[in-house]
Ligand binder design. Structure first.
Ligand code: GLN
Length: 449
């Protein structure tokens, strides 16, 4: 019945690229069997989940929204996916995304755009737009997305769901198709903070993953302290962010209200400064494309995915497979990365970007000495129309508030605040905390819910 409902609701939304009937029925039958035998059920028993299509899951394709991987069968299952299945979750299928996670609107998917369930002529955000839309439309209870520069938090905010980007290293990246390996992090999207906590327990409960050397133990119960009062605790605000010029008036108003809501519960507001944040966009659009260029070099028309037929030489096969397998944005990022890493250019851009990264990380360290969490917008405005952001640079600039926590690696969450007073579209606030203080994020997010 859940599968039928999901398929029916997905008409007009296009959140799913693939529904994994067999897997879903198999895991559901296993749950029924355990229940009938009186065995202990997992904490996510029977919960319908959806996975972004850059997460490998045996029994499904992993297309990354690209023609390059259109027919690619997952050779193994990502640890994050496996852990949810081990907790009893029912895998419904794979969700649409910007090609290889490059983008903020899910419009660059080779398989057509996903529509925002609130207003289908609007984008759901991206790159995890399919996951956000699936949760918002009630097609899945929870979904996993990946966030390299905001791709969980921004679509969560456009679709009015909760989206957590955990601290880098909290969730294994094994089996996740890499975009920017030093920035990528997988995390949950759900309709409540409590559901996010449940999924985090499943993702981290078994400890670090030996298959991802950057993964770390997170020995906390995310459900614990969820209802703790925030009285007397400190919330940092960066005045320049809350009053940023590009912020829509309704967004500014919503941020003001979020700030008051926290104050009403006894939190103490402190003003903090993140002086190097101005360099975040430039640093991200250097580091991200450089890492993407090197990660996507594996798609050579030989080992994976699309292979141009009838080529006379290997060089021709590689070049035509890449030319016809990748879409425009994927090519743009890789060309940019190739250029930035060229000798002579490297010193001028890549090194300064790494220096900016250190400064931004230092800024955060200093800020979190003064406060428990930072409150800031997720995006400058609510969901835009399909086709509205046709200029890539405008799209890049809209990542202003999300990318810094990927650069510094700390956790951040997008919490719905209701509908914007002007656009009547979902509006959210972002909270950020020091590395591995993701549970603190959930406590404050709960207070805003
Ligand atoms: N919008 C950002 C980009 O285009 C972030 C993408 C992401 O987090 N995967 O790079």
């Amino acid at each position: 019945a859940q599968l039928d409902a999901t398929v029916a609701r997905d008409q007009g939304v296009n959140a799913f690229l693939e529904i994994t009937y067999d897997l879903a029925l198999k895991t559901a039958a296993e749950t029924d069997r355990l229940r009938a035998a009186g065995a202990k059920l997992g904490p996510l028993a029977g919960v319908p989940v959806a996975f972004k299509d850059n997460l490998n899951m045996v029994g499904s394709h992993t297309t990354c929204g690209s023609r390059m991987l259109q027919y690619f069968d997952s050779p193994y299952t990502a640890t994050c996916v496996q852990r949810l299945i081990d907790a009893g979750a029912t895998p419904l299928g794979k969700t649409n995304m910007d090609e290889f996670a490059f983008g903020s609107s899910t419009e660059s998917s080779h398989f057509g755009p996903t529509h925002n369930p609130w207003e289908t002529n609007h984008v759901p955000g991206g790159s995890s737009g399919g996951s956000a839309a699936a949760v918002a439309a009630g097609e899945a209870t929870v979904a996993l997305g990946s966030d390299t520069g905001g791709s969980i938090r921004q679509p969560a905010s456009f679709c009015g769901v909760v989206g957590l980007k955990p601290t880098y290293g909290a969730v294994s990246r094994y089996g996740v198709v890499a975009f920017g390996s030093s920035l990528d992090q997988v995390g949950p999207m759900a309709r409540s903070v409590e559901d996010v906590a449940l999924v985090m327990n499943a993702l981290t409960g078994a400890g670090k993953d030996p298959r991802d050397t950057t993964s770390q133990d997170v020995p906390v119960d995310f459900l614990e302290h969820l209802e703790d009062p925030i009285e007397g605790r400190r919330v940092g605000v960066v005045p320049a962010m809350m009053e940023a010029e590009g912020l829509s008036p309704e967004m500014r108003h919503a941020m003001y209200e979020a700030r008051c809501a926290l104050e009403d519960q006894g939190a103490e507001l402190v003003e903090v400064d993140l002086p190097s944040l101005a360099a975040a966009i430039s640093a991200y659009y250097v580091i991200g494309p450089c890492e993407a260029f090197s990660n996507l070099a594996r798609f050579d028309g030989v080992r994976y995915g699309y292979q141009e037929p009838g080529c006379a030489t290997l060089a021709e096969q590689t070049s035509l497979s890449r030319a016809h397998g990748f879409g425009a944005e994927a090519k743009r990022r890789q060309l940019l990365g190739a250029y930035l890493l060229a000798s002579g250019v490297y010193d001028e851009y890549y090194m300064p970007a790494l220096e900016a990264r250190t400064l931004i990380t230092e800024d955060y360290r200093a800020a979190f000495e003064q406060c428990d969490v930072l409150l800031m917008p997720v995006v400058p405005r609510t969901a835009f129309w399909h086709g509205e952001m046709s200029n890539p640079t405008d799209m890049y600039l809209s990542d202003l508030f999300t990318i810094s926590s990927n650069i510094a690696g700390n956790g951040s969450i997008s919490v719905p605040l209701g509908l914007g007073r002007d656009t009547k579209m979902p509006i959210s606030a972002q909270l950020q905390a020091a590395p591995f203080r993701d549970r603190t994020l959930l406590t404050f997010a709960r207070a805003l819910e």
